[in-house]
Design a protein around this ligand. Structure first.
Ligand SMILES: *[C@@H]1O[C@H](CO)[C@@H](O)[C@H](O)[C@H]1NC(C)=O
Ligand SMILES: *[C@@H]1O[C@H](CO)[C@@H](O)[C@H](O)[C@H]1NC(C)=O
Ligand SMILES: *[C@@H]1O[C@H](CO)[C@@H](O)[C@H](O)[C@H]1NC(C)=O
Ligand SMILES: *[C@@H]1O[C@H](CO)[C@@H](O)[C@H](O)[C@H]1NC(C)=O
Ligand SMILES: [Zn+2]
Length: 306
């Protein structure tokens, strides 16, 4: 009987912790004078937390072999799209997408891709309208939770999107499915994307340079196990596309109007800038395709948000 009672108490504590950790939230930035909530654990006391502001001129030059991205352009058959109450994420990839090289000592495999509306990282203090995180697990570890327990367990490629009048094809395919997952009743209910999609449709070029630094997950548990690779290239998205995400609901039917974490202390961590000379002659950024209006809006709003 005592064992039963103990077990019951234990189960209640576990349930409570589960519920508590699942219901962390972003601050309501519409209200004035709100401070960023404490998320607990390493999120509050860690010393290599993410995101941070990345200064290109303040970064040290890194020299590494080119990163070898494999299969990112292969079409995915019916990946899952989920609203988990904090982000919209793509999972269940039937193609093994891997990355080696650069500052990485091991082979890393893609586990999921999710989005933040308003970027989490800023580059030279500029906050972009959207950031994608392609979360990779070190293949040395058997699953993502085990990987999160090691400082070399996870590599995240961060991709920033700039406002343009040119829609993003990959994000467009996610937007076409967003109505099936945007209500609070849909939280954690995955839908299958029927359109043919490959990750390169979100970011047509991966071979350019990147900024790299040691950091953490930007959501609880904030595990300090992430090698960050934030691409120097940014890719177009329309503000109409971004606004579709601002209608996604979180717990209690509240709109997830943004989902970026505040900038964290850098604590003297070195940030490396790596310029890659890819043999596959990279296309220069087409400035005429980027609307001047969009860029002004981004710069203006990002100043406002600092
Ligand atoms: C904002 O919040 C802080 C701490 O909660 C408080 O000390 C300060 O007076 C507040 N300012 C305004 C303008 O409400
Ligand atoms: C992850 O891997 C570890 C070590 O192999 C194992 O103990 C644990 O049960 C796994 N967790 C999940 C969620 O599969
Ligand atoms: C924040 O304000 C914007 C613009 O006024 C509005 O569209 C949005 O729904 C608000 N978000 C929340 C969470 O209240
Ligand atoms: C640049 O973008 C414009 C507008 O989308 C397009 O008409 C033009 O062909 C593009 N130029 C190149 C070199 O891709
Ligand atoms: Zn993220």
């Amino acid at each position: 009987m005592i064992g039963g009672k103990l077990f019951f108490t234990f189960a209640v504590i576990l349930l409570f912790q589960y519920a508590a950790c699942d219901h962390w939230s972003y601050p309501d930035r519409n209200s004035t004078n709100v401070s960023f909530p404490l998320w607990g654990g390493l999120c509050d006391v860690g010393n290599r937390q993410s995101p941070i502001d990345l200064s290109i001129s303040g970064a040290l030059k890194g020299n590494f072999p080119d990163i070898d991205y494999r299969n990112y352009d292969k079409p995915l058959t019916s990946p899952s799209l989920v609203n988990n109450g904090h982000t919209v994420k793509l999972t269940k990839f039937d193609v093994e997408m891997t990355m080696t090289g650069g500052p990485l000592n091991d082979k890393f495999i893609v586990e999921e891709l999710h989005l933040h509306w308003w970027s989490e990282h800023t580059i030279d203090k500029i906050r972009y309208p959207m950031e994608a995180h392609i979360v990779h697990r070190n293949t040395r570890y058997s699953n993502i939770s085990e990987a999160a327990a090691h400082k070399d367990g996870i590599a995240v490629v961060g991709v920033l999107f700039h406002a343009s009048n040119q829609p993003n094809v990959g994000i467009g395919k996610i937007v076409e499915n967003i109505e099936f997952i945007n209500s609070a009743d849909d939280i954690d209910k995955a839908v299958t994307i029927e359109q043919k999609l490959n990750l390169r449709e979100l970011f047509p070029r991966l071979s350019g340079g990147y900024l790299s630094y040691p950091g953490s997950l930007t959501t609880p548990s904030c595990a300090e196990s992430v090698t960050w690779l934030v691409l120097l290239d940014t890719f177009p998205v329309t503000l109409d596309q971004v606004n579709k995400f601002k209608g996604v609901e979180t717990y209690g039917g509240k709109k997830l109007s943004d989902n970026y974490r505040d900038l964290q202390r850098k604590n003297n961590r070195p940030v490396l800038v790596v310029h890659q000379d890819s043999s596959s002659a990279p296309a220069p950024i087409n400035m005429s395709a980027m609307s001047l209006f969009g860029s002004i809006v981004v710069i203006y709003i990002s100043k406002f948000l600092q």
